[in-house]
Design a binder for this molecule. Structure first.
Ligand code: PLP
Length: 517
């Protein structure tokens, strides 16, 4: 049974019970909600109606999954359609349950005209509505579009070459001959997979080499690599903290941080990105209510592009007796004179951060994630972090590619320098054309807020037609009113490419604002 978290407020557990005729298992669903008053209420799905009665609060119907707060509207809609709510729930954000009959799925599908068992899931229905909304305007959904070749400053899509702002190959190391050669050599030596989790028999020499190199680069005692950056946050945060603890993050936090925090069972506290006074206020009030607190920040925020004010984060950590984790997915290799990240940028020792985290998928031209810090933390995670011990080891080509990329980064510090110059130049040009680009001056993540999904899709499409590939970012990655184009600047963009881009963006933004309702 899931327990209702502080901000998830209601959750569903799917349990399995043997079907009466034996052989198959049929799902039943339970809902547990804090009901807004701290009272835990529970309900078990009625197998015939698929509804969950909540004593004193009516009935919840819908699709069985945990849904975030923004989906309250969907829940209300589902409930209204079913006419089943005795009183409106202001707190329950989860939707439950269309009972799926596992014994006769095809027969039920035929009866209801459903094509897929998710057709009745509220989340899926909302997605379909959004896709249909876009298609009604004559556009196609601009996601999962195939592309060719390496994601350099130019990219090939639909047989067109476009100036590329859609990839985070920040230093141009994906596709670098030395990086590709290292990956190929590793395949020749070890194959394409280590074919086991590292704790069992998946450990290869390259793993320790990469970890030593990362620790050395960052100035920490040790490091540990995982097969995915996303998984690193989820698994490490949820292993480190537990119920009497708290995870504190801001409004710009990446989904992997939020998911890790929720999974941990710890309390969560959030504050507006960059509002350190708000953080202080919350901590003054709440610090006594939890045991350990992990403050999680990002070196460069992946949506808005701000660079972390590390001294302020350290001040908060010290003032409120917290642990500090910094996700350097976008700042490793970019921030600091030689790309060593936020500690280098502020001339602070690596030890001010308790958990260094980063990804191998951006500047390091590979795939995977890492944490770095003291030996005890690494030993704890190496033996007990589920995302490491229950998952295959990082693949040989990925590991070798990251080592080779790190070699180049260490040898060629002009790359991060050039990236910072390009980022500054891009913003300077934008200002000249009256465009408000979000993010810090030297940040390679640059967001242009459009404020509406459809206009953002349209603007992206019009730019695509004129040779520029920049992706729209919409809900749930950002809030609906901050739908945006996000430009990733790379060290390989030329000044000419940037100069060609900005006037077009200004012209097309103006067009979309004037013509789209
Ligand atoms: C801040 C942040 N953390 C973690 C991740 C997950 O990393 P990966 O895509 O390498 O799994 C991302 C993804 O872009 C990110 O932006």
């Amino acid at each position: 049974m899931f327990r209702a978290g502080r901000d998830s407020r209601a959750q569903i557990a799917r349990l399995y019970r043997p079907a009466p005729n034996g052989g198959h298992f049929r799902p039943i669903f339970r809902l547990q909600s804090d009901g807004g008053a701290g009272n835990i209420t529970r309900g078990t799905a009625d197998p015939l109606t698929g509804t969950v009665p909540i004593p004193g609060r009516g009935v919840v119907v819908g699709a069985g999954e945990v849904v975030a707060e923004e989906n309250q509207a969907m829940l209300n809609e589902t409930e209204a359609a079913a006419g089943a709510m005795e009183e409106p729930s202001t707190e329950g954000t989860a939707t439950a349950i269309q009972f799926a009959n596992d014994e006769h799925p095809a027969a039920e599908g035929e009866l209801t005209g459903r094509k897929s068992f998710v057709d009745d899931f509220a989340g899926y229905r909302a997605l379909r509505r959004r896709i249909e909304d876009v298609e009604r305007t004559g556009q196609s959904v601009p996601f999962f579009q195939p592309r060719d070749g390496v994601s350099h400053s130019v990219i090939r899509r639909q047989d067109k070459s476009l100036i590329n702002y859609s990839g985070y190959n920040y230093l141009g190391l994906s596709g670098h001959p030395a990086v590709s050669a290292a990956a190929k050599n590793a395949i020749d030596k070890y194959g394409t997979s280590v074919s086991a989790s590292r704790i069992v028999s998946g450990q290869i020499e390259l793993h320790s080499e990469l970890e030593k190199r990362l620790a050395n680069f960052l100035g920490t005692e040790d490091a540990l690599v995982f097969i995915s950056g996303y998984l690193t946050n989820v698994s490490v945060i949820s292993q480190l903290l537990a119920r009497p603890d708290a995870v504190i993050y801001d409004s710009g936090a990446h989904n992997s941080i939020i998911t890790g925090a929720r999974l941990s069972g710890a309390k969560t506290f959030t504050y507006e990105n960059g509002d350190w006074t708000a953080l202080d206020k919350i901590m003054k009030k709440e610090r006594a209510s939890f045991r350990r607190g992990l403050l999680v920040c990002e070196g460069i925020y992946s949506m808005d592009g701000q660079i972390l004010d590390l001294p302020r984060a350290v001040e908060s950590k010290n003032r409120h007796d917290l642990l500090l984790m910094v996700d350097e997915a976008h700042s490793l290799g970019n921030v600091g004179l030689t790309g060593r990240g936020v500690c280098e940028a502020y001339s602070l020792p690596a030890s001010v951060i308790d958990v260094h985290m980063g990804t191998l998928s951006k500047t390091l031209a590979s795939s995977g994630g890492y944490i770095a810090g003291d030996r005890g933390l690494m030993e704890y995670m190496r033996f007990l972090c589920p995302g490491l011990i229950f998952s295959v080891g990082l693949s040989p080509p990925d590991t070798a590619a990251a080592i080779a990329a790190l070699d180049i980064l260490e040898r060629e510090p002009h790359r991060p320098k050039r990236l910072r110059e390009r980022s500054r130049y891009f913003r300077q040009l934008a200002r000249e054309y009256g465009l408000e680009m979000g993010g810090d001056e030297e940040s390679p993540v640059s967001s242009l807020i459009v404020g509406d999904d459809k206009k953002t899709f349209h603007l992206s499409k019009r730019l695509f037609d004129q040779g520029i590939d920049v992706q729209p970012i919409v809900r749930p990655a950002v809030s609906a009113d901050t739908a945006r184009l996000r430009f990733f600047i790379t060290a390989n963009h030329t000044e000419e490419q940037l100069k060609a881009t900005i006037p077009l963006v200004a012209k097309e933004l103006d067009y979309v604002r004037r013509h789209d309702a």
